[in-house]
Design a protein around this ligand. Structure first.
Ligand SMILES: [Zn+2]
Length: 377
C-alpha cells in the first residue's frame, strides 16, 4: 500500500529524527536523503550510488522523491543506522580505516562492500587479508624517473618491521626497504591519475621519498592500505607504551594538510620565483618539481609560535621580479621563506595549514627533526 503524501512526509521526518539517522550510515555526511530498504540504513547521495553497485545486497530509494510503502518504512524504522552499526560494524579492528565523506570514492566503496557484501566486521576470520602481520603481492609501481608503471612484488613483514619491494622476480635482495616506523600511506587518486592510486612515503636519511602504486582490484589496494595501518599501529604501541589507541590512531597514517602549486624564491632571492608542487605533511613542508617526483627538492620545517615561527600574508615590499599575486611569508628562527599563490583561495588554504601547525606546541621528538633541518648542510 502506498502512503498518502502527508503521512509519508511525517513518517520520514520521524525516521530522520531518530538517534543515528541524522548522518549517513556509511560516511557520516549530515542529513541523508536516501535509504536502503533491504539493509535498513539511511545514507547520503554519494553512498546511495555505491549501494546501487551491490543490488543483490542493497536496494536504495530517495526518501523524498520515490514512492514508499508502509512495510519498507517499517523495516527501516525497525533497523536504523545505530542498530545497523551494531550489526555490520560489530568488530572493526582499531587500525582499520573508516572513511568519511571527505575521503575518496574507493575508500567509501570498499567500506560499504566490506561491511554489507563481505561482512568482514561480523566475523574475525574474514579479516585475515590485513590482520596477519604479513602480506605479499604484486602492485603496479611508478618508475622513479621514467614515470612508467611496472608490476613489482611487495612484501610487508611486521616481524621485520619493513615494507619492501623487488625489481626482478628472482631477485634475492629487495630494491628498497622501507621501515614501518617512517612509512605513511594516503590515497591520492587525483594526483596519481587513477582511482586506486596510493602514495606511500617514507624517510630515508631524513629526507622524504615517494612511491606511487595501484592495483586493478579495489579490495586488494585497500587491503594493502589497512595492512600498512595494522603494522603502523603495532609499531606505535611498542614505541609508545602506555599511550592509548585514541592517541596513536591519528599517527597511524596521515592525510596531507594541504597540497598544490606555489611559487618560491631561494634565500638570496636573486633567481626570482619558481613554481613548485608543495606538500604539507604535518610539520614538514616539502616541495617538488613535479607532484609525482620520487623525492623532495627541499623541505622546510615549521615549528610552533613558542619556538619563533610565524606566518604572515603578503611579501616584503622590496621584492623584485614577476610572481603570483598572493604572497605568504613564513618566519623561522633562521630566515624567512617567501611564497606566492595564484589565487586568494590558495593563499587562504595555505595560511590555514601553516597556522594550524604553528599554533600547536611542539612534541619532544619534533625538536630532533627541527635540529636536523637547522644543521642540514
Ligand atoms: Zn555517505
Amino acid at each position: 500500500m502506498d502512503l498518502g503524501s502527508e503521512s509519508l512526509r511525517l513518517r520520514i521526518k520521524q525516521l530522520l529524527e531518530k538517534p543515528g539517522n541524522g548522518n549517513c550510515a556509511d560516511c557520516k555526511a549530515a542529513d541523508p536523503e536516501w535509504a536502503s530498504y533491504t539493509l535498513g540504513v539511511l545514507v547520503c547521495h554519494t553512498c546511495s550510488g555505491l549501494h546501487r553497485n551491490i543490488p543483490q545486497i542493497s536496494k536504495v530509494k530517495s526518501l523524498l522523491l520515490d514512492p514508499w510503502n508502509s512495510s519498507e518504512l517499517e523495516f527501516i524504522d525497525s533497523m536504523g543506522n545505530n542498530a545497523a552499526k551494531a550489526k555490520y560494524e560489530n568488530i572493526v579492528p582499531a587500525f582499520y580505516y573508516c572513511p568519511t565523506y571527505r575521503d575518496c570514492l574507493l575508500l567509501k566503496e570498499q567500506w560499504i562492500r566490506a561491511k554489507y557484501e563481505r561482512k568482514e566486521f561480523m566475523c574475525v576470520e574474514r579479516q585475515e587479508a590485513y590482520s596477519a602481520g604479513y602480506k605479499e603481492g604484486f602492485l603496479w609501481k611508478r618508475g622513479r624517473d621514467n614515470g612508467q608503471y611496472l608490476s613489482r612484488k611487495f612484501i610487508l613483514s611486521e616481524r621485520e618491521g619493513v615494507l619492501k619491494y623487488f625489481n626482478k622476480l628472482d631477485a634475492k635482495e629487495p630494491k628498497a626497504t622501507l621501515k614501518i616506523s617512517s612509512v605513511n600511506a594516503a590515497f591520492q587518486p587525483d594526483k596519481i591519475g587513477t582511482a586506486h592510486g596510493l602514495q606511500i612515503t617514507y624517510l630515508k636519511d631524513n629526507s622524504t621519498r615517494n612511491v606511487f602504486v595501484y592495483h586493478e582490484d579495489g579490495k586488494e589496494i585497500v587491503d594493502w592500505f589497512n595492512t600498512i595501518r595494522a603494522a603502523r599501529l603495532h609499531y606505535l604501541q611498542v614505541a609508545f607504551p602506555g599511550a592509548s589507541n585514541s592517541e596513536l590512531l591519528p599517527k597511524v597514517t596521515r592525510n596531507f594538510l594541504n597540497e598544490g602549486y606555489m611559487e618560491k624564491t631561494g634565500p638570496k632571492r636573486t633567481e626570482g620565483f619558481k613554481k613548485r608542487w608543495f606538500t604539507m605533511d604535518d610539520r614538514r613542508l616539502m616541495y617538488f618539481k613535479d607532484p609525482l617526483d620520487a623525492f623532495a627538492r627541499g623541505e622546510v620545517f615549521i615549528g610552533s609560535k613558542g619556538n619563533g615561527y610565524s606566518v604572515l600574508p603578503g611579501l616584503p615590499s622590496n621584492i623584485q621580479g614577476n610572481h603570483w599575486l598572493y604572497g605568504i611569508t613564513i618566519m623561522t628562527p633562521d630566515r624567512s621563506f617567501l611564497f606566492a599563490c595564484e589565487t586568494v583561495k590558495d593563499q587562504k588554504d595555505w595560511m590555514a595549514a601553516f597556522q594550524l601547525i604553528i599554533n600547536r606546541p611542539m612534541l619532544p621528538q619534533e625538536y630532533a627533526v627541527e635540529a636536523y633541518f637547522k644543521h642540514k648542510p
